[in-house]
Design a binder for this molecule. Structure first.
Ligand code: SF4
Ligand code: SF4
Length: 387
């Protein structure tokens, strides 16, 4: 079976960005069924990408990458900081002998705009990522995890990204964000250089109507949208270890035709199979709707980014980002990423000291002060002790 063969598109209707689905030969369990993954177009990049992609962040087994690639997944998302660079190295080793036209690579680098040497540091980081990936260029280069308004259109960042693109080191410019998403999208539209936005997007979001309107404005301006954090932390309640039904979560995301693809971070063959089953049958089911409605009542690990807590908190702490670090540690079991997230925020581990009563009323039911106390001390743990 030729993995690049296309069949007539029939799964979705009504979205201008739809094209014929990717045809794949088999699931990773070796069943020889012919299955199809619908394909959508990523904004003005024109890239045709299956609705299911791979967030490689925590995957450290190249056999899972190989299985995803052979199952018809073509878009792989990594970052400069994942696994201290080993994630990019793994992808570089896997793709070095593959036809460059059969896959799309995105990587991300954080921009330290406080540094006076920002431009050279940023270029050095991109060059290191390219060496690890064993590539002359990446398809999509994201500025990683922009959280504050005003950074997307920072003049030094904009000029540096334009330089990278003119030198051919990156094909398309993007940024990733978990916070202030409608405002960030509007800034991206105004700046005019951004081709792709990678945003957290899932069934729990508290700002969905406002966000969907901003996404539509972005799509109208030619920006393509990729969804991350699609499984809202991946666990059904904050105390348990029962995994969410990832297929239902993905089908919810794909309802929005303006989301080109989702990048769940599957790390095993079972999780890949679960995602593939969703992609082969991507319409949202009645059972999915009922399941997700039930989950919304649980205290999940995922912070819904309503941002109410920032004004509630007497110290205006960056609580949504701290809650994300909590999820990385207690949900993803990825303490080094949790620490990195908090170090970026310049936290000390004693954020709530001197505050006798927490004034935050989180609509998700989080005991925010307890979670802050449970995660921020990780900034003082030597990185060599963390995985
Ligand atoms: S911690 Fe709670 S209040 Fe703060 S953004 Fe998240 S869901 Fe909203
Ligand atoms: S206890 Fe912490 S989170 Fe709560 S109001 Fe005080 S500083 Fe803010």
């Amino acid at each position: 079976m030729n993995r690049r063969k296309f069949l007539t598109f029939s799964v979705f209707a009504g979205a201008g960005a739809m094209v014929a689905p990717q045809t794949v030969a088999a699931s990773v369990n070796g069943k020889k069924d012919e299955k199809t993954i619908p394909v959508r177009v990523l904004g003005r990049t024109g890239l045709k990408i299956p609705v299911l992609s791979m967030g490689v962040m925590r995957a450290d087994n190249p056999a899972v990458v190989r299985a995803a690639y052979h199952a018809g997944i073509t878009f792989f998302d990594t970052a400069h900081g994942y696994q201290n660079g080993r994630n990019e190295e793994m992808l570089g080793a896997f793709f070095k002998d593959k036809d460059r036209s059969t896959f799309t690579i995105a990587t991300k680098v954080k921009a330290n705009l406080r540094s006076v040497n920002f431009e050279t540091e940023y270029e050095d980081a991109l060059n290191l990522s390219l060496r690890r990936l064993q590539m002359d260029s990446v398809d999509i280069f994201y500025t990683h995890a922009i959280e504050n308004t005003g950074e997307v259109n920072d003049p030094r960042l904009v000029e540096t990204l334009k330089k990278f693109k003119s030198e051919g080191k990156i094909k398309y410019i993007g940024f990733s964000t978990h916070a202030n998403k409608p405002a960030q999208i509007d800034e991206a539209i105004a700046t005019g250089i951004y081709d792709v936005c990678l945003i957290s997007y899932n069934f729990t979001l508290g700002i969905l109507p406002e966000l969907n309107e901003a996404i539509q404005r972005g799509v109208d301006a030619g920006i393509g949208f990729v969804a991350m954090k699609t499984m809202a932390g991946g666990i059904e309640d904050a105390n348990g270890n029962k995994k969410v039904d990832g297929a239902a979560c993905l089908r919810w995301v794909w309802q929005n035709p303006n989301i080109t693809t989702a990048i769940p971070g599957f790390t095993s063959f079972d999780l890949l199979d679960n995602c593939l089953e969703a992609a082969y049958s991507p319409e949202l089911k009645k059972a999915d709707v009922e399941y997700l409605a039930g989950l919304r009542n649980n205290e999940l690990l995922y912070c819904r980014n309503c941002e109410k807590c920032i004004s509630d908190c007497s110290k205006h702490l960056p609580i949504p980002s701290i809650m994300r670090a909590y999820m990385y540690n207690y949900g993803y079991k990825y303490p080094s990423l949790s620490k990195d997230t908090l170090v970026e925020l310049a936290l000390s581990g004693k954020e709530c000291s001197g505050c006798t009563s927490c004034s935050v009323k989180c609509p998700s039911g989080f005991n925010v002060a307890d979670r802050i106390a449970a995660i921020t001390p990780i900034v003082n743990v030597p990185s060599s002790f963390l995985t």
